[in-house]
Structure formats: structure tokens, C-alpha cells
Design a protein around this ligand. Structure first.
Ligand code: SAM
Length: 223
């Protein structure tokens, strides 16, 4: 049976790729990408020549059938997402789940590396011996319930949020607990990397002084 490599890639700074990830990428028969154009930047930077296919463009079951055939032939298949560790709040998990269902004897190998949740937590200064990760809050239905859940934890809680909803998220947090301490990581590992610390209102004021553009991780102190 073949091997499926689940390969973490940088969350911004291309130098954050691991040596093992580069060597593994070079060795593959096929690399499945969330978006081949995004991954191309990384492959070009390290002169990696590998056949790539998007796992989002085709109908999912067609893709699984094709990948399952390769794995039954003993081939080496890799999966990457646009950024970070595949499966962490991105569609990578579906592929791993469905490959295992189709070819249960597949060896699935992690090639660990960056993930925004761990990067943000590591610089937050908040307790991280145990934490809760809630991913992206829903846009509408269930959003306020998720924030209530996040704010009621007695462990540090981490959320992902997009540039479109970061101000809304901070307002929702402020309404639930104006004194709660946060660490908000923006554009981690990139040119405009910033970590904002303080209450939701303080973070909001600081964001307004700089920019609300970019990718965000919100780390919330325990209750
Ligand atoms: N699989 C990725 C990982 O391991 O972190 C997460 C993918 S998820 C679709 C994308 C979200 O992760 C962004 O909206 C943002 O919340 C967070 N994120 C990714 N890169 C980031 C960065 N450089 N700085 C801050 N947040 C980031």
C-alpha cells in the first residue's frame, strides 16, 4: 500500500518550511493542494518539481477514486493546504478521512510544521498547558452561542477570524466581558506581523490605529 503524507507548510514566511517537508515534497508521485497556485510559490522557492493537483476543483468522489488507485499501486501521495497544517480549520481533514475509508491500509504520515493556532498561542503569554480551539466562529447562525462558549471556558481559548469580521468579533467579546484579556495575532510570520494584547476595546483601538487587514488569531484568557 502507498503512503499519504500530510505536510504542513508556512503560514506566511516561506522560510518556515521544514527541511523534512521539502525533502518529502520532492519525493512524491502526486501532491494534492487546496489551491495549486498558492502552493506553487512554495514549490518554486525551493525548486521542487512535483506533479500537483487541486483537491477542491474536482468532484470529491472522483478525486478519492483516483488517489485510492495510486495508493493501491504503492505510490507516495502528499497533501498540503494553502497554509499551515492540513486539516486544521481547512478542508484537508476530509481527504484524509475519505482516503482512509477507501484504502484502510494506507500509511498516513504527518510532516509537522507551522499552524496559526500554535504560533499565536506560543506568543500570547496566556496559559497554554491546556487550551480549547474553536476554529472559525460561524458567520451568522450559532455565532453568538459560539462566543458565549468561548468566553465561558476556564482554559485559554483560541479562535480564527477573518479580516471581514475581526471588529465584529472583538465587539462581541467586549459585550460578554469587557475586562477579559486577549492576545490577537495578526499576519503572523509576515511583514506586518503584530500581536495586540489587552481587553477587546484596547485591541480594537490598537487595530484601528494600525490596520484591520490581514489574517487573525484571537487568544482569549481563561474565565
Ligand atoms: N490550516 C491552517 C493552520 O494550520 O493554521 C489554518 C487554515 S484557516 C483556513 C485560515 C485561518 O487561519 C485564517 O483566517 C486565520 O484566522 C488563521 N491564519 C492563518 N495564517 C495566519 C497568519 N499568518 N496570521 C494570523 N492568522 C493566520
Amino acid at each position: 500500500m502507498g503512503t499519504l503524507y500530510v505536510i504542513a507548510t508556512p503560514i506566511g514566511n516561506l522560510e518556515d518550511v521544514t527541511f523534512r517537508a521539502v525533502e518529502t515534497l520532492k519525493s512524491l508521485d502526486l501532491l494534492l493542494c487546496e489551491d495549486t497556485r498558492v502552493t506553487r510559490r512554495l514549490l518554486d522557492r525551493y525548486n521542487i518539481e512535483v506533479r500537483t493537483e487541486s483537491y477542491r476543483e474536482q468532484v470529491h468522489f472522483q478525486k478519492i477514486t483516483h488517489v485510492a488507485e495510486l495508493l493501491r499501486e504503492g505510490k507516495r501521495v502528499g497533501i498540503v493546504s494553502d497554509a499551515g497544517t492540513p486539516g486544521i480549520s481547512d478542508p484537508g481533514f476530509r481527504l484524509v478521512r475519505d482516503v482512509l475509508a477507501a484504502v484502510p491500509d494506507t500509511t498516513v504520515v504527518p510532516i509537522p510544521g507551522p499552524s496559526a493556532v500554535v504560533a499565536a498561542l506560543s506568543v500570547s503569554g496566556l496559559p497554554s498547558d491546556s487550551f480549547v480551539f474553536l476554529g472559525f466562529p460561524p458567520h451568522k447562525k450559532g455565532r453568538s452561542a459560539l462566543f458565549k462558549e468561548a468566553m465561558s471556558q476556564d482554559r485559554t481559548t483560541v479562535l480564527y477570524e477573518s479580516t471581514h469580521r475581526i471588529e465584529k468579533a472583538l465587539a462581541e467579546i467586549a459585550a460578554l466581558d469587557p475586562n477579559r484579556q486577549l492576545a490577537v495575532g495578526r499576519e503572523l510570520t509576515k511583514m506586518f506581523e503584530t500581536v495586540y494584547r489587552g481587553t477587546a476595546a484596547e485591541v480594537m483601538a490598537a487595530l484601528e490605529m494600525t490596520s484591520t487587514k490581514g489574517e487573525f488569531v484571537i487568544v482569549i484568557a481563561p474565565k
